[in-house]
Design a protein around this ligand. Structure first.
Ligand code: GLA
Length: 365
């Protein structure tokens, strides 16, 4: 069955004939999974599945009006079930790394899955990217996904009600609204792990992309990709994206931080002060003229240059995604913040609401 909802006004109030359609996308353990297609009048289309809240495709026009899918993914649900790179997925309960796969809260130590060497990464083996979310099409052009993460799931404390709302606007932005509430003190750090290649999902090497990040500092990492607690200035380092800069020279640099991260895989400390109106980052691809601007209320941004993509799994349209064929701009609390008390805290107190927004806004130049 295909359900179509046609609406006249976007969340930003501009006239917009947007449609959301829903179709079956397969089954997991007898449970139906769906694929939702969000479209606007400016040729932008986003496909999202309620398995892992995954962005399956994101298609936008280039400077000649040619529409292409610019996020990595698979042709069917099966690809996402076996995926180990988090392509397009919602990440939780805690995005990125927690050192020694543990954290301490109110004198209790919680042991988590060691799914990244001795450390914990992206919520564990069955993080929010590997579960089925409940889906609802809202009247304001949005797709609402909800998930109940029970007390003790992946050993995190507290029953957590999570809600993520994806909204496609008339002016080619994808808004992601994150909410969560717990009945016990817990940690929450939600993000989306879309891999972008602004030339097209299968266009290969992204080193010619140009990037600006609104940040004068980043959190330095050790050779396990874990923030050590040190805060470094970006000035005079390959981490300086205070002006729009090609990422190519930095990727090949022998700067110790690039060597540790095997490329870019670091958290930048945003100078946006949590204001959604302050631009956090901008990505530009010169041959197509596509621009992606990132806005967020969160304090950090993980720029990951796809260093661990292997090119072995078959992606969409029989393509392969080798190392550095896409990059991620993951908005977040800083990785390993439970070990470094001077970082903003990802602790969510019982009964308080976790509430954040990230906007990926697309345009051409
Ligand atoms: C994040 C991490 C990376 C890597 C990817 C997924 O960006 O920082 O080190 O784990 O996710 O492969």
């Amino acid at each position: 069955m295909i359900i179509a909802v046609f609406l006249n006004v976007s969340s930003r109030g501009e006239p917009n004939a947007l449609s959301i359609t829903q179709k079956p996308y397969g089954q997991i353990d007898g449970q139906d999974v769906h694929l939702f297609t969000l479209q606007n009048q400016n040729a932008m289309q986003v496909e999202i599945t309620n398995y892992g809240g995954i962005i399956v495709s994101l298609s936008v026009p280039d400077k000649n009006g040619t529409v292409a899918d610019i996020t990595l993914g698979y042709d069917s649900l099966k690809g996402y079930v076996t995926d180990s790179s988090y392509l397009g997925a919602l990440i939780g309960r805690h995005a990125n790394r927690l050192e020694d796969a543990e954290f301490e809260l109110a004198g209790v130590t919680y042991d988590l899955a060691k799914n990244d060497g001795a450390n914990h990464l992206h919520g564990g083996f069955v993080g929010f990217h590997k579960v089925i979310w409940s889906a609802k099409i809202l009247e304001d052009n949005s797709l609402e996904l909800t998930y109940f993460s029970r007390d003790g799931e992946e050993n995190y404390p507290g029953n957590l009600d999570v809600k993520v709302i994806y909204t496609l606007t008339a002016d080619n932005a994808l808004e992601i609204h994150y909410h969560a509430i717990s009945d016990k003190d817990t940690v929450v750090n939600l993000t989306n792990h879309a891999y972008f290649n602004l030339a097209e999902h299968n266009a290969g090497d992204i080193s010619q992309h140009q990037l600006r990040i609104n940040a004068k500092h980043f959190t330095a990492v050790n050779d396990q990709g874990l923030p050590t607690g040190e805060i470094h200035a970006v000035e005079n380092t390959p981490m300086d994206f205070t002006t729009l800069n090609s990422i190519a020279s930095g990727l090949d640099s022998d700067h110790p931080q690039i060597v540790c991260g095997q490329g870019y895989d670091h958290n930048w400390i945003l100078d946006t002060k949590g204001w959604i109106t302050n631009k956090a980052a901008e990505l530009y691809e010169v041959t197509t003229g596509r621009v992606l601007e990132v806005y967020t209320t969160k304090p950090g941004l993980q720029f990951y240059s796809g260093n661990f993509l292997t090119g072995t799994e078959v992606g969409k349209s029989n393509s392969f995604y080798p190392k550095r064929s896409a990059l991620c701009l993951e908005t977040q609390y800083f990785p390993n913040a439970m070990k470094h008390k001077h970082f903003p805290s990802p602790v969510l107190q019982a009964g308080q609401e976790y509430r954040h927004t990230t906007i990926y806004a697309f345009s051409i130049r």
